[in-house]
Design a protein around this ligand. Sequence first.
Ligand code: ADP
Ligand code: MG
Length: 595
Amino acid sequence: MSRLITNPEEFAADAIDGFVKAHPRHVIAIDGGVMRQAPIPEGQVALVVGGGSGHYPAFAGLVGAGLATGAACGNIFASPSAGQVHRVGQAVERGGGLLLAYVNYAGDALHFSQGAERLRADGFDVRIVPVTDDIASAPSGQKDQRRGIAGALAVYKVAGAAAEAGQSLDAVERIALRANGRTRSLGVAFSGCTLPGADKPLFSVPDGRMALGMGLHGEPGLSEGAITDAKQLSQMLVEQLLDDLPEGVNPLTERVVVLLNGLGGFKYEELFSLFGAVANQLQDQGVVIADCECGELVTSLDMAGVSLTLFWVDPELEELWCAGADSPSYRRGLLPASKPAQQQTGQLQMTTMSTAGSRLIAREQISLLSPLAAKPCSLEEQAVSQQVLGDLKTSERELAAREIELGQLDAIAGDGDHGLGMLRGVNGALAAAQAIADQGGDVKALLIAAGEAWSDCGGGTSGALWGAGLRAAGTYLKNSTPTDGDWIGALGAAVTAVQQLGKAMPGDKTLVDALVPFQQRLESGFQAGETPDKTFQAAALASQEAALATASLLPRLGRARPHAEKSLGHPDPGAMSLAYVVMAFSKARTANSEG
Ligand code: ADP
Ligand code: MG
């Protein structure tokens, strides 16, 4: 979608830099994202939103008085990391507690929940509300598994208004949950989108067809049909949304806020013509429109698509929806003018951090992000660090070679970014590990820093899980010259952390399917007294076999779940990447012992 020559690695950070410069009255760059420029009153609940870049005006465009207090900004289509959520939360908290809200995608859920844990550890009261308005992404019996799309505006707007009005965290959380429960959306796509720097679209819709319920990141639609006219499309969207009414809502007695959202390549005049048809449809059905928005609210780069949201308001929600707000992309009513940033206490430092902070994650910054300053250790201990550094280098080479293959595998039922995400993650982990090794740090510090950086740089579901696994392994190790038994224990801790965070069991078609057999085979070989090389080789093969066997499974978790059938016959990308990495370790060990 970019017309200019761009560096894809830098694109999202450059866009945020420019966005902040273009909206100095509204936002300030902070480490991990942006915060509102208007002073935040002491005791006011802070609403932190966030998500991947590529969806403007979601999410940074919704930061401002009466709306979100801050936004954590991930890379293109990749969730922000737990570290970013944590840092943005710290920057905006003013004693009233934090409400974290995000559109419900697996990666965002993992990173926001970890971010929340860290904020709680800082002593803040933190609540989480995922937005789940997309009715195409799960049946009505599994509403909490639905994805979020343009309904996010409804939820963020009323929560932000309640916070601005000085309501308590309990009240703001209740209002956000209520708004989410009363919001339903459905979208169609006519063409795919192209990632910055890419020469072809991430996905495509056949000519003359439209995909119903396609996800914001090109997750395949749930069905496909011939393109129709505005009247027929509005009929189809309205009918399906009225078939999925929130519990207790009577469409003939309650009022609705209608949001018609262009996804990037579906522009205004056509949106208006569709809106007219939607309004007629609703009127014909006897539904009273309380208010509306028609424009680009949540986009997907240059995807040609449109979504309709019905937000069923009660008097309290309607009043909050209509309250004043002043953000870069959404303004209504009158709010007091903001003072220049320099006059605000506590924010000046943020402003001066902005140049460094607004780079999402630059490689050279990783050592600064690492929470541990490495303690110099003995030569024997340093040798262990060097070994693990070598393993990370092996992983980086393997993942670089597999990037395209893994991306293609992820595009079948997911969003096509697995190869890129793994490479970004391992690159970050390697840079952080190198920084620790250069300081003479031990393997514990190295693994923890590598995990933190993997999560920060990789983003997405796999970034959160690999990050958590590496951190857990480092935390588990009791000393800096681990025995084989210690390593087995550290791997066990990593598996536990991955399963605790992602809640996946073997058979769910995730990376856990390749991880658990690897761990079990290593453990049984170790207990049987096999030689380490033989055990490792057998464990890597077990992992590979299990990863390949996921082809016959249906995904029960993650982004691929709504498109379960599409993935049949293809192995899970996360399981394959894990197996590739452990197979590469095994080959490197064999080569070393033979050499
Ligand atoms: P995203 O889905 O956020 O785009 P990636 O594409 O990088 O993230 O990673 C996708 C992989 O993550 C899947 O192939 C699967 O192996 C793994 N995964 C997804 N959800 C879970 C989960 N809950 N637990 C463990 N692994 C998961
Ligand atoms: Mg993916």
